[in-house]
Design a protein. Structure first.
Length: 209
């Protein structure tokens, strides 16, 4: 492979590819899996931009292996398996092609790694995607707005009904014909000594005498 970051040193120097050049490229991929980093990352500090140059010296040292392991694994992996995979990557990334293993040896070395059971048991943590939270929050806000709108409409309807009730009660009731007649009579003839009622009462008194 001639891709930057994956090309073997001898290919860069001579332009010739061999089976051992492919082994080197596979070693880079294996190192990416262990560290969780890309082969070339310009966003990292200068000494860490080239993954092979930064990590290879620590692959063969079990005490330093933890420094380069992918932190997103949170230690949930077999330490024995990680150590053997790191040793294999170290051999694949040798600058001398003859010191690299063949692909058949690589396969035979990797195959038993899945059987190691020294994996620490830790708490299971599930991270909720932020997009789903936003959708749930938006739905909850819409529901609350609809409820608030319904409550306001209900309150306004009650106020309108109460206002109509008070308005009906405030209307004056029609006066009875009898009261109207007596009132008109009083206004037209007065209630004094010259009123018809007064004369009628006086006539009754004289007849009795």
């Amino acid at each position: 492979m001639g891709t930057q970051g994956y090309a073997a040193p001898e290919y860069i120097m001579t332009g010739h590819l061999t089976s051992r050049s492919d082994v080197y490229s596979f070693g880079v991929v294996l190192l990416e899996l262990l560290t969780g980093r890309r082969s070339v990352d310009k966003s990292r500090p200068q000494r860490e931009q080239n993954l092979v140059e930064w990590a290879r010296p620590m692959l063969n040292d079990p005490r330093k292996l933890g420094r380069i392991m992918d932190p997103r694994l949170e230690g949930q992996y077999s330490e024995t398996g990680a150590r053997k995979a790191a040793e294999l990557a170290y051999q694949c990334l040798s600058h001398r092609p003859k010191h690299r293993p063949t692909m058949s040896i690589v396969v035979n070395t990797l195959d038993p790694l899945k059987n190691f059971e020294d994996v620490p048991i830790g708490p299971f943590v599930y991270t909720v995607p932020t997009e789903n939270l936003k959708e749930d929050d938006n739905k909850e806000c819409e529901t609350k707005r609809d409820q608030t709108k319904k409550e306001k409409n209900g309150q306004q309807h009650q106020k309108h009904q109460l206002h109509r009730g008070h308005k009906r009660q405030g209307r004056s009731r029609p006066r009875s014909p009898t009261i109207h007649s007596e009132t008109a009579l009083s206004q037209n003839h007065g209630n004094g000594l010259h009123s018809p009622l007064h004369h009628k009462a006086r006539g009754s008194s004289l007849n009795n005498i």
